[in-house]
Write a protein of this length. Structure first.
Length: 761
């Protein structure tokens, strides 16, 4: 006889690990126990030598699909004569090392139950099992047990109780298990909170509301969605007006993959991601004959699409609807609403009706967003379905707990614990009181979940960021500011498992506070985690009016033309950018009043987009750049195009000849699609030329790509291919957003390596 103690750490709770172990033990006649602890799953297994070896091999090689084993420890002990195999009570005294699983899309078996009239989960909108359902959004603390979730107040009926305690049932210890008789329920109200009379089924009432062109605020897994019929253009216009979302695309939810293919192109990888347990929004290319309203994504050829990931969604689509708008339940740029009482206050001016339920959302969590670029999935927003899975980084276990607070836009924070980076769910914008409160509350909850208190806090160097001010208020031994683009570079290095080695960083974004007090954003850097050097950058241009120039790209276009072409540029500005405030902008530039200097790639995109008449005002972040990127011609059409001429003098990229080329083509009547494509090709040439110059000076051949501009599919693909063909090792983001949603990881890793090198205590 042999006896082993097995300690398994990682995401092993809430994923059916204990029933899996129980069934395996029965199959191999193993005796002993299994239980959850704050460390993970602890097994004591006793059996005959051959049987226990097979048991251990199966345990390691074929764990439950949703589990993620980080550490497996096996200790041989003296046999003590176990007579059976039991699942023991949870123990939670040790250091918290158990990982909380993310929310998981409804599995096939539960889908069957929901539509099976003979099952007690028939048409129940909160059906789940150990293979699916809410996890992160309902948990208060680990170990993951029912009494530590928002299901604690729901006492199970006899039938659910039987499922919950039966090791052979797939709902064994599924913490959110419930049914119509004992679990959460839904109800519908008007905007004053008055319940709609229940003289018919709630589902039929919802269908009628949507068919009548009304807007429904629906409480989901991680917060509220605003829902309406995706095919009613007038309703979409009303939603845009009420939500303060003039042009930003709405995400849609389709009944199934067949429906998605009716409206969009879907390749194999996109189909896999859509139907995965993470079930994110996937950005897809619309088909030319797509009959969906242009109001969904004005001026764009792409559309954000997801599939139903909860029982409530599945029931919504069991009627006549095949596509519904499913956009975040908030007013523009404010945090996602998650509580019933707040929903009535914050969403009553947007929605016509509310669909509430009484299962509390402990941790708000927006939908994740993914796009497949050059055959690889890239996360644009890392949230539901992915959080709180950690990202592995190279750090020793004895390293301090470090918090990276993140940036001001698309905020996510990051906590480093041992060799794991816990990036938070999407927090969003921090430039409001509500945004600050969201960040603060989310950070407190997240720290509690993983059992840490930060010793070092890293934050953005921008002196006016609210996130940076908040960072300084956090009680910690040390606070360290990190330059924005250095954080971008470090984030990509960390995700790709690099040590503290010298690397070339191509960091392209809109704006980030530079070490000289100007706004950077088109940077060729070299460096490591500890420090960096700015090698080549785009020439500065004044932003007339400061922040307003970011919202009004025509102002930036005027600044570019005047700065680099003088009076001739002024004439072209008046010809192509007619605006009543033109003289005021010219005066601001001439007097250098309220005109901070910027070198952002995003601002150059803004200028070209405005010059081509594509986008004169950004109603959402990056609109001008996105719309300019959307009209780039396919690769088969661009092969005969030549980029515009450009100059790099010493370490400065001069855009004068690019602007002249764009103006010349515009005067000749060349299509905006052709001009946009030539502009993109020019940027590829500039970037690759700059990298070659830096590589010649330094001998470096490894390149990392980071910053929101790399979410431009054409620019990313062309640059990556060109640099790879020239022999460079090109690294980029996949698990962590390239935009500001990923900089917290970089901030934390910069702080870690500076601590390691002794430059901070």
């Amino acid at each position: 006889m042999k006896r082993y103690k097995i300690i398994i750490k990682g995401t092993v709770q809430g994923v059916g690990f204990r029933p899996f172990v129980y069934q395996l033990a029965k199959a191999y006649q193993i005796k002993g126990t299994v239980h959850n602890s704050s460390q993970g799953v602890i097994i004591e297994a006793e059996g005959k030598g051959n049987s226990i070896q097979r048991f251990l091999n199966e345990l390691k090689k074929h764990p439950p699909v949703l589990s993620r084993i980080k550490n497996y420890q096996q200790i041989e002990l003296q046999p003590i004569g176990y007579t059976s195999f039991q699942i023991s009570d949870t123990r939670g005294d040790e250091e918290k090392e158990a990982l909380v699983p993310p929310d998981i899309a409804t599995c096939k078996a539960c889908k069957y139950d929901i539509f099976n009239p003979q099952d007690n989960h028939y048409q129940y909108p909160f059906t789940n099992c150990t293979n699916c359902g809410p996890r992160f959004t309902i948990i208060r603390e680990v170990p993951y047990d029912r009494q530590k979730t928002s299901m604690a107040s729901f006492e199970m009926c006899d039938r659910c109780n039987k499922e919950y305690y039966n090791p052979s049932d797939r709902r064994f210890h599924a913490q959110p298990v419930a049914c119509q008789a004992c679990g959460p329920h839904v109800w519908i109200t008007d905007t004053t909170g008055n319940k709609i009379p229940e003289n018919e089924k709630w589902l039929e009432v919802v269908w009628r509301i949507l068919q009548d062109g009304k807007i429904l605020a629906l409480k989901g897994i991680g917060g509220f969605h605003l829902v309406c019929d995706a095919k009613q253009s007038e309703t979409l216009k009303i939603l845009r007006y009420r939500k303060g979302r003039e042009a930003k695309p709405f995400a849609v939810m389709c009944r199934d993959l067949k429906t998605v293919r009716k409206y969009c192109f879907v390749n194999k990888e996109e189909g896999r991601i859509l139907t995965s347990s993470e079930a994110p929004i996937v950005i897809l290319r619309k088909k030319p004959n797509c009959t969906l309203s242009e109001e969904l994504a004005p001026k764009l050829k792409s559309l954000g699409v997801m599939l139903p990931y909860s029982p409530l969604h599945l029931l919504l689509f069991s009627g006549s609807f095949d596509v519904l708008v499913m956009t975040s339940g908030n007013y523009s740029e404010l945090p996602l609403v998650k509580d019933n009482s707040n929903a009535l206050i914050e969403l009553s001016a947007i929605a016509d009706y509310f669909l509430f339920h009484n299962r509390e959302i402990e941790n708000r969590c927006d939908d994740s967003i993914v796009q497949v670029i050059d055959g690889k999935a890239q996360l644009f927003r890392r949230s539901r379905g992915y959080v709180p899975h950690p990202v592995h980084v190279l750090r020793a276990d004895a390293s301090p707990i470090i918090l990276g607070v993140g940036g001001e836009m698309k905020n996510s924070f990051c906590l480093l614990k041992k060799d794991e980076a816990f990036l938070s769910h999407y927090i969003g914008e921090i430039d409001s009181l509500e945004g600050e409160e969201n960040l603060s509350a989310s950070l407190i909850r997240f720290q509690k979940l993983i059992g840490v208190t930060p010793e070092i806090v890293a934050y953005d160097a921008h002196p006016e960021y609210a996130s940076s001010e908040m960072a300084l208020q956090i009680n910690a031994k040390t606070h360290i500011k990190v330059q924005h683009h250095h954080a971008h570079m470090a984030s990509c290095m960390a995700e790709n498992g690099l040590e503290n080695e010298e690397t070339i960083g191509i960091i392209l974004d809109g704006t980030g506070y530079g070490t000289d007090g100007c706004l950077w954003g088109f940077e060729i850097l070299t460096g490591n985690y500890v420090d960096f050097k700015r090698r080549i950058h785009l020439a500065y241009v004044p932003l007339p009016g400061g922040e307003i120039a970011i919202r009004q790209p025509w102002r930036t276009a005027v600044a570019y033309l005047i700065t680099f072409s003088g009076n001739e540029g002024k004439r072209y500005a008046r010809r192509f950018l007619k605006n009543k405030n033109m003289k005021i902008v010219e005066q601001l530039i001439a007097n250098r009043f309220n005109t901070p200097l910027a070198s952002g790639c995003g601002r150059l995109f803004d200028a070209i987009s405005a010059l081509l008449g594509i986008c004169l005002e950004n109603t959402y972040e990056g609109q001008a750049a996105i719309e300019l990127g959307e009209i780039v011609m396919e690769s088969l059409e661009d092969r005969f195009l030549k980029p515009y001429p450009y100059e790099i003098e010493k370490d400065i990229i001069l855009p004068k000849r690019i602007l002249e080329g764009v103006i010349y083509d515009r005067l000749k009547g060349i299509s905006v699609e052709t001009i946009s494509t030539k502009f993109h090709l020019t940027l590829v040439n500039i970037i690759c030329n700059a990298v070659e110059r830096v590589s010649a000076d330094t001998g470096l051949k490894r390149v990392v790509l980071s910053g929101g501009t790399w979410q431009n599919p054409y620019l990313f693909k062309k640059t990556k291919q060109t640099l790879s063909n020239k022999g460079y090792d090109v690294l980029y983001h996949q698990m962590v957003p390239a935009n500001d949603g990923g900089i917290a990881l970089g901030q934390a890793m910069v702080a870690h390596w500076r601590w390691l090198k002794g430059s901070i205590e």
